[in-house]
Structure formats: C-alpha cells, structure tokens
Design a protein around this ligand. Structure first.
Ligand code: CP
Length: 356
C-alpha cells in the first residue's frame, strides 16, 4: 500500500513506490486477463473542469479495464460549479458517492484543496500551470520501458517551460534519480519559474538554459517537446508572437543521437512536424499508451487507502499568496503562505514562493 492517501504532486510517491508501480504496470500490460475484475464494485469520479483527451480517457479506460465503473463530468458547465459550488464541497460530495476522485482544474492547488476535504483518494490530473503527476508517472514509465532505467539521462525540455505543468512535475520527480541533467530550451518569456530553478540549484542538478533546439539536441537522451499553453497567457499578443517559436523537423532530427527519443505529453500543435512521426525515435504516441497501464497500477494501489474521514480546518496565514492562478485567490480557502526559510514563504496549494 502507498504511504500517501492522494497523489497531488510527484514527490507524494517515493522512488521505491514508483518502482513498485512500474512492476505492477508491466504485469498488467503482460497479463491483462488477471486484472479484469480487480476493481469490481469500485467507482471512480472524474471531475474535469478543463478539456482533456488523454488524461480523462486513459483514466476512464483504466478503470473500465479493471472492472470498475466511472461517473463524472468533462465539462464544468454541466456541474454545480456553475451555481458557485466550491471545490472543497464538491470533493466532500463525491466522497459520499465514489471510491476515488480524479480531478483536473485550471486553478493551481485545486486538487490539493479537494484532497484536504475528500474522504477518498484524490488524483491530481493537472492543475493550471502547476503540476501533472500522472503525466510524470507516464513519462517515467516510458523511460523505464524504452531505456530500462530512469537514471543517467540528459533530458532536453523544450517549449513553454513557464506554464508547462508536465515539465514542472518531471523535474521534481527526476531530482531523485542519479546522474540526471537538463537542457532548458525556451524563449526568455517562457523560462522555467524561479522556484524550480532554485530547486535544481539546491539539489545540485546540472542544467543549462538555451533558446534554440540546435543548442541541445545533439547531447540529449530525451527531447521532451511541449506545446505553448495558449490558455494560460494573459497577454494574447504575447501568445501570438511566441506560439510558433519551435518546430522539430527531420532536419533537426539529423543532429540527434540514434538512440535518443522524442517525447511529448500531447496534444501537439505545430511544435513537432508530422514528418517526425515516422522516425523510430518518436515515442509520443507510445508514451500516451503507457499512461493507461501506469494509471491502472496507480488506481489499484490508491484504492487500498480506502475511506479516511477528513475534518480539515486550516488556520489562515497573515501573508497572502500573490499567484493570481492559485485557488486561494478564487475560492474561500484560508491563505497558507508557510515560512520555509529566513524571509522565504511558499503557498501550500500552488507552491508559489515569495521572498521578503
Ligand atoms: N497529456 C495530457 O494531459 O493530455 P490531455 O490534456 O489531453 O489530457
């Protein structure tokens, strides 16, 4: 059984627990008939306040393939969120009906809030530009399946590193593995947030920041492409200016190692030319399929945590989170800017960090 009741951020799982999930996912992939009734009688609530193809459908496929059932919504307009119901109350309600919650939300920290009030496990299926831990499990499981290891990797992350939640979670997760280094390829406007640059410095993870794919592609084992996240931009002109800043094509692929792989959480827009799809190093569609097996393993393990009554009552901090995308600035959740060092504060919900 996992130590955590919910999966909200990548560090909720230890390296040993992730290895266990890999082994279980491998077995599910190889012997699916053994698991067809593994979740019989269990119900998953999928609460998607933002669009999704892969995450929602892979979770729903996973639960159906395990013999469980699914209820939920894929459009918040059809839920009581339109009447003003909070994430906390929705989580309390779904706890009364289902056995596990999968939540995607545009506000950063929303699944964390749900986990504080839900009596059943909550899985973060992506919260704004913050985290996407099950995409990270998918990415790690892809490394495990393709390379047979999750260490000794140079990973080039390319695109929208500011708002790309999959990138943020991947860095946090990979910080626990040996001999991992990063190339951060982005325009200046879309650099990785400071809290993650500080995190890499603190963990002594080697990284370099560059603006062109050509400055990193030759040395990497993984080129992890990302979409420019249109929906997160407050300045639409800036999005128009940056939206086509990268295109991986067959010419650039000639600069890469023969055993390097291209990954992408998808959806792709124009950042990978479709001609690259036919290069055997392009793994993004297989990566999406691996996501279903690792999510099956995760569901099985989290369901063992079962029903755990919560009665959370947080004391608000005086300092307020200044992240406009944080749930505490949209709903009546107590501010939680916790002191993490001399003059340094971090929001419990969204990880936004401020210094005096
Ligand atoms: N990778 C991913 O999160 O895709 P969706 O937005 O389609 O779920």
């Amino acid at each position: 059984m996992l130590k955590t009741h919910s999966l909200i951020e990548p560090q909720d799982l230890s390296v040993e627990e992730i290895d266990h999930l890999f082994a279980l996912a491998d077995d599910i992939k190889n012997r699916p008939q053994l698991y067809v009734n593994a979740c019989a009688g269990k119900l998953m609530g999928t609460l998607f306040y933002e669009p999704s193809t892969r995450t929602r459908l892979s979770f729903e496929s996973a639960m159906n393939r395990l013999g469980g059932r699914v209820v939920g919504f894929s459009d918040p307009a059809s839920s009581s969120a339109t009447k003003g119901e909070t994430v906390a109350d929705t989580a309390r309600m779904v706890s009364a009906y289902a056995d596990i919650i999968v939540m995607r939300h545009p506000w950063e920290g929303a699944p964390k809030v749900a986990s504080l009030y839900s009596d059943i496990p909550v899985i973060n299926a992506g919260d704004g530009g913050h985290n996407h831990p099950t995409q990270t499990l998918t990415d790690l499981y892809t490394f495990h399946t393709v390379f047979g290891r999750t260490c000794d990797l140079n990973i080039a992350l390319c695109g929208d590193l500011k708002f790309g939640r999959t990138v943020h979670s991947l860095i946090l997760a990979m910080s626990r593995y040996k001999n991992v280094s990063f190339s951060l390829i982005s325009p200046k406007e879309l650099r990785l947030p400071d809290y993650l640059l500080d995190f890499m410095k603190e963990k002594q993870i080697p990284y370099k920041e560059v603006e062109k794919i050509e400055d990193a592609i030759a040395e990497c084992d993984v080129l992890y492409m990302t979409r420019i996240q249109q929906e997160r931009f407050s300045d639409k002109d800036e999005y128009e200016r940056l939206k086509d800043c990268y295109e991986l094509d067959t010419e650039k692929m000639k600069l890469a190692k023969q055993d390097m792989i291209v990954m992408h959480p998808l959806p792709r827009v124009k950042e990978i030319s479709t001609e690259v799809d036919y290069d055997p190093r392009a793994k993004y569609f297989r990566q999406a399929r691996y996501g279903m097996f690792i999510r099956m393993a995760l569901i099985l393990e989290l369901l063992e945590g079962g029903y755990q009554p919560k009665n959370t009552r947080l004391v608000p901090t005086e300092r307020k989170c200044s992240n406009p995308r944080c749930i505490c600035n949209h709903q009546d959740e107590p501010q939680q800017m916790l002191k993490i060092g001399e003059g340094v504060y971090r929001c419990l919900y969204c990880d936004h960090t401020e210094k005096d």
